[in-house]
Design a protein around this ligand. Structure first.
Ligand code: G6P
Length: 608
């Protein structure tokens, strides 16, 4: 992960770089740094902590730069300290480098450089790059970078400057995203084009080891075999969307509250009510592509994987198509069998998650069609997949996913209805499903209206260090997601589990100090869930039930109940998850945890 940014042009390079990495902070925020050339010398400043800390140091240092590169880090090799913060320099302070990715063969390269007398000052893999370039430099900056890059294995996006060449930044990208923006008499380098889209929307996306020499308003690109290649600029359409916290204490709370509106956006203009079906204008496949689907493979990580898990139940139940759902990081190292008729759905809020991207590339190489569900226009997965349906959740700033998740569920449900209508589902059945979707915004609002009640329960249970989230069928992936929210923002150990599996081991952990959040909204299996909850109760476990209004049988079992509006089983994860999000938020608030940018996490995970 990590965010890298570079600027060369007539605006203030210090200001531009700091502004750039602030926009990239969602990619990591454990340390930050900036470097540039000033009168034939490299100057740099680094700080552990967020970009705001770096800003203070830069101000004190009265930095003036002719060209700048900057970085915000999510630690992989080496702790999040000032020494390990980027940019990294060679010993003579002639070359400075910022890096996103992992250089896998750095131990060997480091060993060789140490034998040549180089002293390393950090624990990072990145530091080998400036030392290598400096050792290969004989007056030709590009040549030295080419030779150094040819020795690297792994994934890397790099921005490099040299004190003798203040007129350029060299950018390199291999399996890590990097965008070059060209404006009039200025140029930008960034891990994400949105970070400079306010200044230019003419962009070049580097890949496959390409090297770009970037100057004011000008660029040259070379491929891996050192041939200069012609690469035209692409115009990105979307303007960066700005999100402000407004009246809310945290973005996470604001985003939880936005759900009634963004859920409406998820289906607006996509329902064909008269025919009881759905149409996505972005879905470029023709009818035959969709009719010939024999099997669906869903990929995702984290929250997106949970949405995929829910979709697997929906698609098999309603569209009667067999579905396999896989965690991308596991799937990519399988030797996947992709039978004819397999259709792939890749789910990623950011559209940049390295594991999902690698898995989909492998599947495309095997000839499968890939549909991406993502929230970010112009992201790598949006550009590379065969079609992309947008989540329309608006920018999600809080690191833990909330509104993107519920929009993923709704869009996957709509896609399911569409597939089912193309097969066996009749118009009335399709219409009934669409009515259930249309009721969701109001139902979610009803959950939000119970915020105070949920906050009170959360406060009372916030001192516990272990929780279970239990559910069956649709409520099982919902329980995985509920537990993940609590882990991410309150740092409490929470296990999402299929309720029926408790007796096969985990029930050993139940006692009066380990509460269970019971997700009760799957009508079909509710009786079975009640039995499992009785087993919890019999072992002195406290039960907090999230249940549809009118559910009977909970009074003797649940210590607390959060009532949510009733909907069909296939969509019940939406109101239930909103209640679980509020619960996690208020537990985290009570414990004083950092909610929008939790420790050790990042919004976009661009390393394996
Ligand atoms: C990170 C985020 C999670 C997210 C996961 C997958 O771990 O913190 O909230 O679910 O990445 O991200 P994606 O962008 O692919 O949905």
């Amino acid at each position: 992960m990590c965010g890298i940014f570079g600027y060369i042009g007539s605006q203030n390079p210090v200001k531009m770089a700091l502004q750039g990495i602030k926009r990239l902070e969602y990619r990591g925020y454990d340390s930050a740094g900036i470097a540039g050339v000033d009168a034939g010398k490299l100057r740099f400043c680094k700080e552990a902590g967020k970009v705001a800390m770096l800003e203070q140091e830069v101000e004190k240092a009265h930095m003036h730069l002719e060209v700048s590169i900057a970085h915000t880090r999510w630690a992989t090799n080496g702790a999040p300290t000032k020494e390990n913060a980027h940019p990294h320099l060679d010993s003579a302070e002639s070359v400075a480098v910022v890096h996103n990715g992992i250089i896998e063969n750095y131990p060997e390269l480091r060993e060789t450089l140490i034998k040549q007398g180089v002293t390393f000052v950090s624990e990072t893999d990145t530091e080998i790059v400036p030392h290598l370039i400096a050792s290969l430099y004989q007056g030709d900056f590009l040549e030295a970078v080419r030779k150094a890059v040819s020795m690297l294995h792994g994934a890397y996006a790099l921005a490099i400057i040299h004190r003798d060449h203040p007129d350029c930044i060299i950018a390199v990208a291999h399996e890590s995203p990097l965008a070059v923006g060209i404006g009039s008499n200025e140029a930008f380098i960034s891990s994400d084009s949105q970070a400079f889209a306010n200044y230019t929307r003419d962009v070049l996306f580097l890949s496959n080891g390409e090297i770009a020499v970037v100057k004011r308003g000008h660029y040259e690109v070379f491929d891996v075999s050192n041939q200069q290649i012609t690469r035209d600029l692409q115009r990105i359409e979307s303007k960066p969307q700005v999100s402000l916290k407004g009246e809310y204490e945290h973005y996470t709370l604001k985003e939880i509250h936005e759900q009634p509106t963004v859920l409406q956006n998820a289906f607006a203009g996509r329902l064909r009510e008269e025919y009881g079906t759905v149409q996505f204008e972005e879905l470029k496949f023709d009818v035959n592509d969709l009719l010939s689907i024999e099997r669906i493979l869903i990929l995702g990580c984290g929250t997106s994987w949970h949405a995929g898990y829910l979709a697997a139940y929906m698609i098999e139940d309603i569209a009667r198509i067999p579905v396999q759902v896989e965690i991308s990081s596991e799937f990519r190292y399988k030797n996947p069998i992709v039978p004819h008729g397999t259709f792939v759905i890749a789910i990623s809020q950011s559209g940049e998650t390295a594991d999902t991207l690698a898995a989909t590339r492998e599947l495309q190489a095997k000839g499968a069609k890939v549909l991406t569900l993502c929230n970010v226009h112009g992201s790598t997965m949006d550009r590379e997949s065969d079609a992309c349906v947008y989540l329309r959740a608006g920018p999600e700033v809080g690191v833990c996913s909330t509104k993107a998740f519920t929009n993923q569920i709704v869009i996957l449900f709509l896609f399911t209805v569409m597939l089912a209508r193309m097969r066996h589902l009749n118009r009335q059945e399709g219409q009934a499903f669409l009515q259930a979707v249309k009721a969701l915004p109001q139902q979610v609002q009803a959950v939000l209206d119970m915020e105070k009640h949920i906050a009170d329960i959360a406060k009372r249970y916030a001192h516990h260090d272990n929780f279970f989230f239990l559910g069956r069928r649709y409520m099982y992936p919902a329980s995985l997601e509920g537990a993940l929210k609590l882990k991410e923002i309150s740092y409490i150990n929470a296990n999402g589990y299929p309720a029926g599996e408790m007796k096969h081991g985990p029930i050993a952990l139940i006692n009066e100090n380990c509460p269970t959040v019971a997700l009760c909204a799957n009508k079909q299996t509710f009786g079975k869930l009640l039995n499992n909850l009785m087993e919890v109760k019999a072992r002195n476990g406290k039960v907090i039930a999230i249940a549809p209004e009118g559910t009977e049988g909970l009074s003797d079992i649940a210590d607390e109940v959060i009532w949510v509006p009733e909907t069909i089983d296939e969509l019940a994860s939406v109101p239930t998850s909103v209640a679980a999000q509020l619960f996690a938020y208020y537990v985290a608030l009570e414990r004083g945890a950092e909610i929008d940018q939790p420790r050790n996490l990042a919004k976009s995970v661009t390393v394996e």
